[in-house]
Design a protein around this ligand. Structure first.
Ligand SMILES: [Zn+2]
Ligand SMILES: [Zn+2]
Length: 418
């Protein structure tokens, strides 16, 4: 008796919000929106939700393509195409596109944030440890977009731009495909006629300097001041030096310092570390050597008379580390890690001579008989790292055999009980 019921989609609410009939002309819509938006503007104490709703309704109905979708399929169809509310414009942007800013005069709107912010441009900047120790200035040549000076970023000689007819100035186009009964696919893409800008400039009116692009490339040399003691990863920012674009707050150029490895010095915070190898004789009898610092100064480093330096020990020199950022007269420590190179073997004469000088060996009272009762052993050289690696591999194989081991263990228990 009844046909299959179709869920009637709501396609009249937007008209009600704006208070216009479904037959309203674009002009009617404009007038209705303007009146209601001023009345409900949050800056004038209006309800933000209502204001948003008005902008949304107007955005849809003022776009012939969107209006068609809405009239035919309702609100949901639009939402599907937009992906969770995306693609809709900021209600304040829509509002200011009408009034070119605040209609209340005096630039008193507290909503400056609505101006689009251009992207920051981030460059890594490799610096040597010497650069960070002494401080330096690097000149970098970069090319960036700046607003065309001839047309002031308008793109046209007359300063006029015409709303793109392809997208009604929205910069976006929506295409609809009927996939099947009740199923439509909607795709939104940048308008090809205006490259998403929403406006077109006639060939005749096009600015000759920027060819209507509104921006031109400019080469600029930036002087980057790398200060003493700056750290790896520290940022140096040039505010508002990134690409310029019309109606956009220009982003920053940000340099991120990348400290290069140094062949001699390692840095940890404000401290420096160097490795130094001593011969056994130097470790026992004293040493002195020259260390060229990062600023080219020659440091004389020497032991105290009678001092013995043990292998793998550290000594430090105060105030010869890195300068501290912001307080360059303060410096960290310079640590020296000592390695001692022992001789591989000694001649019998050397052994005899050393025995006379060095502290005596522990008194060994082993009798021949005691020694006879012991088992003889042989010490051999090992590469400990390799030994450990081999043992780790063996352990893995052993772990894989866990089950077998358990069975084995269980059997043994049984045997023991019998
Ligand atoms: Zn367009
Ligand atoms: Zn121009």
């Amino acid at each position: 008796m009844f046909g299959r019921s179709h869920k009637k989609s709501d396609n009249s609410r937007y008209y009600e919000v704006l208070g216009v009939p479904k037959t309203a002309s674009p002009d009617d819509l404009k007038k209705a929106y303007k009146k209601a938006a001023i009345k409900n503007h949050p800056d004038k104490g209006g309800d933000p939700e209502k204001f948003k709703e008005l902008a949304h309704a107007y955005e849809v109905l003022s776009d012939p393509e969107k209006r068609e979708i809405y009239d035919q399929y309702g609100e949901d169809a639009l939402k599907e195409g937009m992906g969770a509310g995306g693609g809709m414009h900021d209600p304040f942007d829509i509002f200011s596109s009408f009034f070119g800013g605040s209609p209340f005069g005096g630039g008193g709107s507290s909503r400056g944030r609505r101006q689009r912010r251009g992207e920051d441009v981030v460059h890594p900047l490799k610096v040597s440890l010497e650069d960070l120790y002494k401080g330096t200035t690097k000149k970098l040549s970069l090319s960036r977009n700046v607003l065309c000076s001839k047309c002031n970023g308008k793109g046209s000689k007359s300063g006029a731009s015409v709303k793109c007819s392809g997208c009604q100035g929205t910069g976006m186009k929506v295409t609809i495909r009927q996939l099947g009964p009740g199923m439509i696919q909607q795709m939104q893409h940048a308008c090809n006629e205006c490259k998403g800008t929403g406006e077109t400039i006639s060939d005749r009116d096009r600015c000759t300097q920027c060819k209507g692009e509104k921006v031109v490339q400019e080469k600029k040399v930036l002087e980057v001041h790398v200060e003493k003691g700056m750290q790896n990863g520290q940022k140096i920012t040039f505010p508002g030096e990134a690409d310029e674009a019309p109606d956009t707050v220009t982003g920053d150029i940000v340099f991120v310092l990348q400290q290069k490895d140094h062949p001699k010095f390692k840095r940890k915070g404000d401290d420096l570390f160097v490795e130094h190898s001593l011969l056994l004789t130097e470790a026992l009898c004293g040493f002195q050597f020259i260390l060229s610092h990062l600023d080219g100064r020659q440091l004389l480093i020497k032991s105290q008379p009678g001092e013995v330096v043990k292998p793998n020990s550290y000594k430090a020199i105060n105030d010869e580390g890195m300068p501290m950022y912001g307080r360059p007269f303060m410096k960290g420590k310079l640590y020296i890690h000592f390695n001692v190179e022992f001789p591989d073997s000694l001649s019998l004469d050397q052994v005899e001579a050393l025995q006379k000088i060095l502290p005596p060996k522990p008194q060994s009272q082993l009798t021949d008989m005691e020694i006879d009762e012991c088992e003889e052993t042989t010490l051999h050289d090992v590469n400990m790292e390799e030994e450990m690696r081999r043992k780790a591999q063996h352990q893995e194989a052993y772990d894989d055999d866990d089950e077998d081991m358990l069975h084995g263990g269980a059997q043994r228990v049984q045997c023991a009980q019998q």
